[in-house]
Write a protein that binds this ligand. Sequence first.
Ligand SMILES: Nc1ncnc2c1ncn2[C@@H]1O[C@H](COP(=O)(O)OP(=O)(O)OP(=O)(O)O)[C@@H](O)[C@H]1O
Ligand SMILES: [Mg+2]
Length: 1081
Amino acid sequence: MEVKTSLLDNMIGVGDMVLLEPLTEDSFLENLKKRFDHNEIYTYIGSVVISLNPYRSLPIYTPDKVEEYRNRNFYELSPHIYALADEAYRSLRDQDKDQCILITGESGAGKTEASKLVMSYVAAVCGKGQEVNKVKEQLLQSNPVLEAFGNAKTVRNDNSSRFGKYMDIEFDFKGDPLGGVISNYLLEKSRVVKQPRGERNFHIFYQLLSGASDDTLKKLKLERDFSKYNYLSLDSATVSGLDDAANFRTVRNAMQIVGFMEDEMQSVLELVAAVLKLGNIEFKPESRCNGMDESRIKDKNDLKEMCELLGIEQSVLERAFSYRTVEAKMEKVSTTLNVAQAYYARDALAKNLYSRLFSWLVTRINESIKAQAKTRHKVMGVLDIYGFEIFEDGDNSFEQFIINYCNEKLQQIFIELTLREEQEEYIREGIEWTNIEYFNNAVICDLIENNQNGILAMLDEECLRPGTVTDETFLDKLNTICADHQHFESRLSKNSKFLNDHSLPHNCFRIQHYAGKVLYRVEGFVDKNNDLLYRDLSQAMYKANHSLIKQLFPEGNPVKVNLKRPPTAGFQFKASVGTLMSNLQTKNPNYIRCIKPNDKKASHIFNESLVCHQARYLGLMENVRVRRAGYAFRQAYEPCLERYKMLCKNTWPHWKGPARQGVEVLMTNLQVPAEEYSYGRSKIFIRNPRTLFFLEEKRKQCLEDLATLIQKIYRGWKCRSHFLLLKKSQIVVASWYRRYAQQKKYQKIKHSTTVVQSYTRGWQARKLLRELKYQKKCEEAVTTIAAFWHGTQVRREYRKFFRANAGKKIYNFTIQRIMQKYFLGLKSKLPSMSPIDKTWPARPYSFLDGVHAELRRIFHLWRCKKYRSQFTEEKKAVYEEKLEASELFKDKKALYPSSVRQPFKGDYLEISKNPKYQKLSSAVDEKILLADVVNKINRANGKGSPRLFLLTKKNVVLADQKTGQLKANVPLTDLASVSTSSQTDGFFALKLKEGSASAIKGDFLLSSDHLIEMITKLHRISSMAADREKLNIDILDEFLVQFKQDKVCVKFIQGSPKNGNSVSCKRKNNRLLEVSVPASS
Ligand SMILES: Nc1ncnc2c1ncn2[C@@H]1O[C@H](COP(=O)(O)OP(=O)(O)OP(=O)(O)O)[C@@H](O)[C@H]1O
Ligand SMILES: [Mg+2]
């Protein structure tokens, strides 16, 4: 939790002098001392910060402290420079008011340190970021560079600013730094050539010689030893606590950060080295014959080296040191320089060189740090100008005069803005007010800057006046013109008051500054104001082959010779101070009054008289008084009401009436005691800071309550809006869901419809397609047919012309030729016409296989037909019988092959012609188809007895061979079957049908030499008769023969070879006859 603090907490003495009780000078100093002793170096007078130089580092500038003071009320914490910086920064950032921080105090009081602290604080609390940090760093790093070149050790301050500096830091609307602009005021350049006792030249000379590397020094033609250089004072060349070598590195580094190029840095160092070299050039007098004194350079080595450094032709510079050319209108007069003039010229050159270098540095830094954005800037100006300076031994010169004039002006602006302005405001606002007396230094400013009779105006007048002008004539002038001025004192003035004042030498005048009396020695006033550099020198410089030098002396350009006198130093300074003052007046001032606690630069020493003196001339007591007599705080009614209206129900949240009434109601309501505030015309004035704290505290509490209320309402609103959002969302979700569901349903229906539709359409389409296809096919068919028909027609017409048909034709032709050749060949090679000729010519081509075979078959059939066509009917009958015999016996009876060659004669006996068988012949009235002799086998012995065997169309007749007596006449119808063997024998049995008339005598077992013919004819005749059954021919090697009552088995066996080739039949037993047949070969 934040710890609530206040300025009043743990306060040592009083933090704000306004609260001091009683208010006397003693109590004021005592309070300062008490606080100083307790390391409280800062004390407020209202919003003004008094800062006492502690001369030691205090742990009050840490980052924690920065955080502590950040965004805090000015009076909330113990006094600190950070509180002022924070107030100024926030006012700039939040209220858009340009600010200026005016740091005043005498030399060594801590102004420069204070300005750095302010800058570092602002840098720490403002925005961050790569670009912003770079700007910050550049702004901060400009300090070491300027301090090295513009600060020097003085008796009062080891790091005394010898130039005035005003820096405008520019911010954007967010409060982020954008850049800055530095203005410098009159560098104390006399220090370059001469330093008062106990002081030294500008830091950079010592830093360069101590810190630069041997190599750099060699390049710059310098030696490390300070004593080698006339311009460097030796008695205080080293300052304790100041490490020049380390500082040199810091400066170089800072220059780099600011953005100096390496060659720029080198040029700067070359110039610094040149100044040192210049100091070593010495002159000796030389009398010329015309009696004029002339000067000569003693040792030209330094001159040579300097010229080498700057790229100047030695003779040119040498001449510039010896002559002075004055151009007036059309005339050009050259005069020689004496030794004193030569030294003057040398020093003038050195001073000019250095001061111009310094101004160039400021311009260069400005180039780097200038704001890039062209938006409107808010500005915080920090003024750190040389402090009021008095040399006690009266050795104050033109520089001190200028410095002190500047301080007078600052005091003036302080008076303007705090004391007078405040009192006038009370009167303006109609607040009851007792005027506080304070010293207004406007009169001193007038003494110095009045355009008619001001000291600066007279100095200018004197400088421009023709004739002999010396510092003395200038003093005389002052003595006449300013004699009556109450703040001007001079021994020779008409004012007799100082005639006997021995503390006031004749060559001096004294001014009663607001900070004390200062005795100025007039010596050098005219020269320094003139700030004259002989044209020969500036032209010599312009001729230098060194870019920087050329830039620094533009007036040396012979093309642009300006015969007008340049403005004097005093004039320039007055003008720049004037600009500065008007600039400061447009900004909201914040004061830091620096006080030096002792002259010894020592910590822990509080020299009361010294502090008292400063407090007096700074007008601090008056400041407190005005503050106390008046009101600590004021504010216009509108912003006041706006700020505190929440403290009263009547004014919160809106006050309808005029703002003033609102504030009145507010104050009454808050029960603030009436003496604590007053109502002005447009503002309310609050007397005591405590009242303001009270109001602020109340406001803070109220803000917390309001915050809680806002939070409460906000939370309520948030919850409600969340709820409403949820509700709305729910409706949205529901509607979306419904929509979605309906959509889905619709899509489903649509889908189904589409499916049904698609099926129907598909079906319709297919039907249509089919029809169309059919139609198309028909059309196509018609077309095709037509095409084919046409094609055929055309082909038919044109075929003969088609090459494609050539192949077929050739093929057909070839085939025809082959066939022709084949047939002709075949014709010539035909075999004989004999049906049994088996020869046939070989076929010439395998593809004729079938044809060849077929032709062979046809040929054979044709040959057979031919053969057959020669036959007579008888021969045909013979062949038919032969054919039948073949059908009956071929491959069945081994005897058959031998019968093929024997012609079937039929009638072997010619019975009709034989008288023996006349009777038989007459008995057989039918034509005899076969007549032969057979052996009738006897059952009893197996022996055969010859019989005549006659066959007619109807009967088989058996008769005795010798007698021709008919033995048996068997009608063919009684024959059941004929059995014979499969062998070569001539045995056969005529089997009679059982029950027939012929069957009484039993079957006949016969043997014949013409068995094949006999059985064939028998079979033929019986099968030709339509009314008879077909006669069965059984070819078996064992069959039964019915002899009267008995059946005898006749069995044929293969006869053994010993039996010879004859067939023998033997009775084996009563029932078996065995016929042995010789094996067929
Ligand atoms: N707040 C401080 N804390 C510690 N030391 C300080 C502080 N302020 C000043 N000093 C010391 O006092 C010395 C002189 O301070 P500074 O240079 O700021 O004086 P000045 O007022 O600028 O003098 P001049 O007018 O000569 O430039 C510093 O070098 C430093 O040692
Ligand atoms: Mg300073």
